[in-house]
Design a protein around this ligand. Sequence first.
Ligand SMILES: Nc1ncnc2c1ncn2[C@@H]1O[C@H](COP(=O)(O)OP(=O)(O)OP(=O)(O)O)[C@@H](O)[C@H]1O
Ligand SMILES: [Mg+2]
Length: 450
Amino acid sequence: MDSGFRSNILLVDDEPNALRVLSAILREASYNTYQAAGVDEALEIVSAENIDAVITDLKMPGKDGLQLFHHLKSYYPDLPVIFLTAFGTVDSAVTAMTEGAFFYFIKPPDYVKLKAILAKAVEQKKLRNEIADLRSRLETTYKFSSIIGKSPGMVDVFRTVEMIKDSSTNVLIAGETGTGKELLARAIHYTSRRHYRPFVAVNCAAVPRELMEAEFFGHEKGAFTGAASGRAGKFESADTGTLFLDEIGEMELSLQAKLLRAIQEKEIERIGGNNKIKVDVRLIASTNRDLAKEVRKKSFRADLYYRLNVVQIKLPPLRERKTDLPLLITHFIDKFADRENRGVTSVLPEVMHVLLQYDWPGNVRELENVIERAVVLAKGDVIGLRDIPAEFRKEVRNRAHSVGDLKPLKEIELEMVKQALNTFQGNKSKAARALGITRKALYKKLENVK
Ligand SMILES: Nc1ncnc2c1ncn2[C@@H]1O[C@H](COP(=O)(O)OP(=O)(O)OP(=O)(O)O)[C@@H](O)[C@H]1O
Ligand SMILES: [Mg+2]
């Protein structure tokens, strides 16, 4: 093996001689081998060791190879099983193949071929492990809770996502640049029932107009100059999963019409093709424009708007949810300190003060960039004023001359409390929960201003 570590192969046979021969041959080929004389012993080894493939005799006294296979299939579905069988039991081996066994050989096997097949089996197992690993990592990255926020505005967003998570309705996500539209779209997908199916994103603002249609629907070979081979479009790639139409407001009218048809008929046609292809996709669209206004201006089709806008989620701009700032700041410090291997853990109070005062036109993305830079620049474990961009510092310097202009933290806090109360129509328990404080603490903050 060139990968540096050896694969573990379990050999099962009631005949010691057969085990010995096979084991010697595989060790020669740089495999680690384990030997079992029967099914029970084999299962013990599988549960204790990290086995990559099993080669088993079919006919054995007591439990036979088929029983072993069935057990493995239900408990270790990714573990490839290769059968060795005597001439008389080929039928059972063939049946096992139809049930998902990897391969079978008639005894005595051609060892060169056996090694080639075994290499394939091991490779497939590794690939499946990688996919499972990747998938679970994706799911943890985008699981709902990776969206930071406890402001009333974000709590509202989470509540809506919770409500729609098991349905396949189309969703429109509206929000300014950098508010987390794409993050939310992925979160919706990865918490939905389609989470193990593909999530495919198209950025309608980034693809040149003349390529957009092919991007969506694919094309057949020779459909246009340069189309040397056929290619599936994003719709086909997203089949049974989610198609994310990023910045849908940038789509031109003629393509809007084609998109609408695809949604209504649930089928598409590749450019230059004449086959209708059925597709089952859930659509999540995002926009930083006021699409309703675009509809009134006739630059966006009303019928498409209604199709996409079944559920609308508005992501509030960061300046309207400053209660989330401390959480987000900690989140990004952790993220970048981890990546950069630095011991940064927090920001100085005066930095927090400045960050709370700022308007954040670039929203969470802008904050993320500021913190990333600060973590890299910070000398010790705390981010100071000199670690944040010059504009911020300048602002503070200007204000330092007239400290009276700086809003005291108490006042900002109070603004947040009022904002929360407003959102929950005066319900103090709900407001307190959204702010992450107790009801008593909330009363206290209100009292202090009187
Ligand atoms: N609530 C949040 N919690 C944690 N990270 C967030 C949050 N919102 C946004 N981010 C991060 O901020 C960055 C910008 O988010 P995203 O790309 O989803 O925004 P967007 O609305 O699609 O922006 P644009 O309009 O510029 O495309 C990403 O790195 C994302 O992970
Ligand atoms: Mg985006």
